[in-house]
Design a protein around this ligand. Structure first.
Ligand SMILES: [Zn+2]
Length: 312
């Protein structure tokens, strides 16, 4: 029996202990009155990405089992230990990024055991997967999504169709396996997308409302909900992204807001020391759009400071 097997037209809220760990997952399962796909929604794989987490909580309230088709299982906070102690998007027991430990390992440390449990009990029985993320605690981002450009053409087109339902200007074709739940879903031929909205460990009503509309629109695309919601943007595909890392530790002064359209040689920002000496400057190498950047004044050498979506 899988997590999706509950009575028709019902809601089940469960606290599920992850075997051989201290972790307890809060899971809502909403099963419709009529047949439809099993859809897994995960939030809080990165525990500081609050927009996704708050969206998942509200999604569990608004999905009506009398009207949806199929079953939606929501893992509210996939890294609850990190959420409880304000960890920097790692599982506190072993300090690892949960989204680099999939498919997990029952013999491994806490994050690997957690990833193994999510893979076996949630991901594998799913027909579709929606993974809710945001910028990290020091990260600003332009809302966008990722679809699976790895795996078969059928998988790619199903994942892309989901990403097209997100009201964002860009969707990134992700073609590398990273140990994320999203890329691991591709191994099982499960169409999956990542949605990114919000950042800096903040959340606002405006962002949550937009995020909920995105998820409902994706669920409509999958045939789970009947009515869709109008959108503003239709996403353009980004085939390649480029990440810039800080050469120095110091004070970071970004030159642009996220979403800025950049040409080759446009400044991305500078790092100064406390005496205002310029330590390094960063420049766009291509025509691109600014997807993410560090929003904190302090940066550390080798940390990512800017991620660009390449447009040419
Ligand atoms: Zn994330």
């Amino acid at each position: 029996m899988s997590i999706f097997d509950i009575g028709k037209a019902s809601i089940s809220n469960k606290v599920i202990a992850v075997p051989q760990t201290e972790t307890k997952l809060y899971v809502s399962v909403i099963k419709g009155a009529s047949e439809g796909p099993n859809v897994l929604v995960t939030a809080g794989i990165h525990n500081e990405e609050y927009c996704g987490i708050e969206t998942a909580r509200r999604l569990a309230i608004i999905l009506d089992p009398k009207s949806i088709k199929g079953t939606v299982a929501i893992i509210h906070v996939a890294n609850p230990g990190g959420f409880a102690v304000h960890a920097r998007d790692v599982v506190p027991e072993d300090g690892e990024n949960l989204n680099r430990t999939f498919p997990g390992n029952i013999e491994g440390t806490a994050s690997h055991r957690l990833a193994h449990f999510i893979t076996e009990d949630f991901l594998k029985p799913s027909a579709f997967h929606i993974d809710l993320h945001s910028g990290g605690g020091r990260e600003q981002l332009l809302p966008h999504s990722y679809f699976q450009a790895m795996g078969t053409a059928v998988l790619k087109s199903a994942s892309k169709a989901m990403a097209e339902a997100v009201d964002a200007e860009y969707m990134v074709a992700a073609d590398t396996y990273t140990g994320s739940a999203f890329s691991h879903a591709a191994y099982y031929k499960i169409p999956s997308i990542i949605i990114e909205r919000g950042g800096m460990a903040l959340w606002t009503e405006t962002e949550i409302e937009a995020y909920l509309r995105d998820v409902i629109r994706v669920l409509h695309r999958l045939g789970v909900v009947d009515s869709s919601i109008p959108r503003i943007a239709y996403p353009k595909i980004i085939e390649k992204t480029m990440q810039y890392k800080a050469a120095d530790s110091g004070f970071w002064y970004p030159a642009n807001p996220v979403g800025a359209l950049l040409n080759k040689n446009d400044s991305l920002g500078k790092i100064l020391n406390a005496f205002s000496d310029e330590l390094s400057e960063y420049k766009a190498e291509n025509k691109s759009v600014l997807l993410y950047q560090t929003g904190s004044l302090s940066v550390r050498a080798n940390e990512s400071i800017v991620t660009l979506g390449i447009l040419d």
